[in-house]
Design a protein around this ligand. Structure first.
Ligand code: LLP
Length: 428
């Protein structure tokens, strides 16, 4: 259920017509719905009632301050993968004590930033990282709260680029190695073991892979406890999929919650979750304007003003995003590719799509763009990035102004004669 619905033929975001938003803020425009996001949060939390848990929203899905701040107010913790994401969480008023720091490649400065900020736990992904975290903690006179991200070796049956819990993926450590590393960590005074973590992949549309992985993690937790290692929490990651097409029916959060609760019965610790897409995916749309229609040979194209730099998912994963007119749909339908202005044939939002025939100047709504939409956008082809607005009933927050040309060159230098590079001068 989302709050992007039609009224008298016109698409609205809550109580505001998308066309009015496009008129006020231009296109391409990301539009988020407070009611939808809040509802997704409440449905998930409701499904977990009775389970001692902390839901740590995966910031990477949508790291806009307005979204983070809304989630912070709802009581969310945060799953971060960089110092930059921690910076954003703090800017948005998030509580560092509810922050989980994941990721395979943390730099020393990021580890130090996280320790100084007092994050709840660092999810460590290799023996070498564990050693570095210990060194950085000692240098700061702190004890680093750690969990090991364990690779459960289950197949989440999703797109290969976003499956992470298989042996051949770069993520996590194998169960056997985890046992050895926990023993090491337990003897290290600069480390404090907090729990065990896993994450199997994203856009997972079945429950079985989650349950298999949780069962494997429980085996590990039991073994660790037998060895006298206290495991305070189990982080089961994120990854629950959302419906991108009407025909898709990933498990409802209620089914997920019930299954998770059952799989964790008797665990006796806190459960951490890291959902991203589930919370924000269908709470956002991308509004774009039709520039031209054209035909090449047999093929029909609708050229719009949003490109792969604005929404890369179709180009990168062959992902499907529903597209529909913002205004009343025309009666005639066409089959077309919806493409952007970027100079690459991979720059498409949809291929071979049936659409009510649009005209130049019409607005189209690209659905399910709240997760990994703006967050993955770039300035490729020197295109200023889109604006973002957050709607709350009849109120509209300009969450991020549209970039202008000067934003494209901020921080750049083209000095014809650079300064001499020397030890004291450094790189200028
Ligand atoms: N936790 C960890 C450690 C992760 O790596 C991820 C996602 C999540 C949580 C959140 O997963 P979610 O609940 O959102 O599925 N750009 C891709 C998705 C990449 C996901 C990466 N990791 C896409 O657009 O489909």
């Amino acid at each position: 259920m989302n709050h992007f619905q039609r009224r008298d033929g016109e698409l609205f975001a809550e109580e505001v017509p998308l066309a009015a938003l496009a008129a006020a803020h231009g296109t391409p425009l990301y539009v988020y719905s407070t009611a939808t996001l809040t509802r997704h949060w409440k449905v998930l939390e409701g499904s977990l009632r009775g389970l001692r848990h902390l839901t740590c929203y995966a910031v990477k899905a949508n790291s806009s301050l307005a979204v983070l701040s809304l989630l912070a107010r709802l009581g969310a913790g945060f799953d971060i993968v960089s110092g930059g994401e921690l910076y954003r969480v703090r800017k948005a008023g998030g509580d560092p004590r509810k922050v989980v720091f994941s990721g395979v490649g943390k730099r020393d400065d990021e580890v130090a930033f996280a320790l100084e900020a007092g994050v709840r736990v660092l999810d460590v992904e290799s023996a070498e990282e564990l050693a570095r975290v210990s060194i950085v903690a000692r240098r700061l006179g702190k004890r680093a709260p750690v969990a090991l991200r364990v690779n459960p070796d289950v197949d989440p049956r999703t797109h290969p680029y976003i499956s992470t819990g298989l042996k051949g993926n770069k993520f996590g450590v194998p169960v056997e190695e985890a046992l050895r590393l926990y023993a090491l960590a337990a003897r290290d005074r600069a480390l404090r073991i907090r729990g065990v973590a896993m994450h199997i992949g994203s856009q997972v549309t079945e429950l079985a892979p989650f349950l298999d992985a949780i069962a494997r993690m429980r085996g590990l937790v039991d073994e660790l406890r037998r060895q006298g290692i206290a495991v305070g929490h189990l982080d089961i990651g994120g990854g629950l999929g959302i419906p991108y097409e009407e025909s898709e029916e990933p498990p409802h959060p209620d089914a997920y919650g019930a299954a998770v609760k059952k799989a964790l019965r008797g665990f006796g610790g806190e459960v951490l979750l890291e959902p991203g897409r589930l919370l924000v995916g269908n709470a956002g749309v991308l509004v774009t304007r039709v520039l031209y229609r054209k035909r090449n040979g047999r093929k029909r194209f609708v050229v719009v003003d949003a490109g792969m730099n604005d929404l890369v998912r179709p180009a990168m994963y062959g992902a499907f995003h529903a597209i529909e007119p913002v205004g009343p749909p025309a009666a005639a339908e066409i089959t077309c590719d919806v493409v952007g202005p970027i100079c690459e044939s991979g720059d498409f939002l949809a291929r071979g799509r049936r659409l009510p025939e649009p005209e130049a100047g019409d607005l189209l709504c690209v659905r399910s763009a709240g997760a990994y939409g703006f967050a993955m956008s770039s300035q490729y082809n020197a295109r200023p990035r889109a604006a973002e607005v957050l709607v709350d009933r009849d109120r509209v927050l300009l969450a991020r102004r549209r970039e202008a040309y000067p934003d494209l060159v901020r921080g750049e230098s083209a000095r014809p004669r650079p300064r001499r590079f020397g030890p004291r001068r450094g790189l200028r």
